[in-house]
Design a binder for this molecule. Structure first.
Ligand code: NAD
Length: 266
């Protein structure tokens, strides 16, 4: 089978940078029309849309805050007004507000949960509603719709100093699996990706210079990941090649979740 997303429409949240940007670009390369959601950086989002259009693809940009229900409704409405259908949601937006527990403010806790978990819920809910109301197109995709949640290795690995972030990603795991159980019979396919250390804006301090050497000790495969490593997996999870993959988290982490501290007998 050939991997193709032709005639499919994908919405990627938080796609003006990092992993989301790479996912939107890769989905377009695989043939999908892409709605590029951005929160605050219009310029790179517009540049990506221009690049996709210049290569013969279809793309729009749409601003919006995924933690706000009215914004999510607007993001979906704009996508559907342009493309008419939705086949793929990549719920990617996320942020960190790190602090040790004694210094973590309630505002920092809430901000991370609102974007990383509530934002994923709102977008998934809107996508499921859309998948249910549109006509099935089995000649285009075996599934009635596909959702890919962007989680993290920290849905599994506890992370001191980042309890809000780790809790949000632990929540994404149960959101994803519970939703998969709920909507699977409707042929709506739900999965997640748990990236390890991928060099992007979110973790510049730990992926460059001396900090990178320390980080590499946590990665058995011996390299820091690139956004494209995640995007390649997203394209596969969005395609019919993974049609029997449902309710699964794919760890794209160079082995970070293999407890490398135990390599030398712990
Ligand atoms: P990034 O900072 O480049 O991307 C995050 C994106 O989310 C940005 O484009 C940002 O504008 C957007 N965003 C933030 N708040 C938003 C909001 N309220 N509404 C809409 N968009 C919003 O970092 P990234 O590494 O590309 O992160 C993408 C996803 O991957 C996040 O969910 C992150 O938790 C996850 N992740 C990243 C890594 C890594 O090592 N980079 C590891 C594990 C998980």
């Amino acid at each position: 089978m050939i991997l193709s997303l032709r005639e499919q429409v994908a919405l990627v949240t938080g796609a003006s940078s990092g992993i989301g940007y790479a996912c939107a670009e890769a989905l377009a390369e695989a043939g999908a029309s892409v709605a590029i959601n951005f929160h605050s950086q219009a310029e790179p989002a517009e540049a990506l849309a221009d690049k996709i259009r210049a290569a013969g693809g279809r793309a729009i940009t749409v601003q919006g805050d995924v933690s706000k229900e009215a914004d999510v409704k607007r993001i979906f409405a704009r996508t559907l007004a342009e493309f008419g259908v939705l086949d793929i949601l990549v719920a990617n937006s996320g942020l960190q507000k790190d602090a040790p527990v004694s210094k973590m403010t309630l505002a920092d806790w809430n901000a991370v949960l609102e974007v990383n978990l509530t934002g994923q819920f709102l977008c998934a809910q809107a996508a499921v509603q859309q998948f249910r109301q549109q006509d099935r197109r089995p000649e285009v995709s075996r599934a009635a719709g596909k959702i890919i949640h962007m989680s993290s290795v920290h849905q599994l690995i506890p992370w001191a100093g980042h309890i809000n972030y780790a809790a949000s990603k632990g929540g994404v795991d149960m959101l994803m699996r519970s939703l998969a159980q709920e909507v699977g019979e409707e042929r709506i396919r739900i999965n997640a990706i748990a990236p390890g250390a991928i060099a992007t804006a979110i973790n510049q301090e730990s992926t460059q210079g001396e900090a990178a050497d320390k980080l590499l000790k946590l990665i058995p495969y011996g390299r820091i990941g690139a956004a494209e490593d995640v995007a390649n997996a997203v394209v596969w999870l969005a395609s019919d090649l993974s049609d029997y993959v449902h309710g699964t988290t794919l760890f794209i982490d160079g082995g970070m979740s293999l407890y490398p501290g135990f390599r030398d007998n712990g």
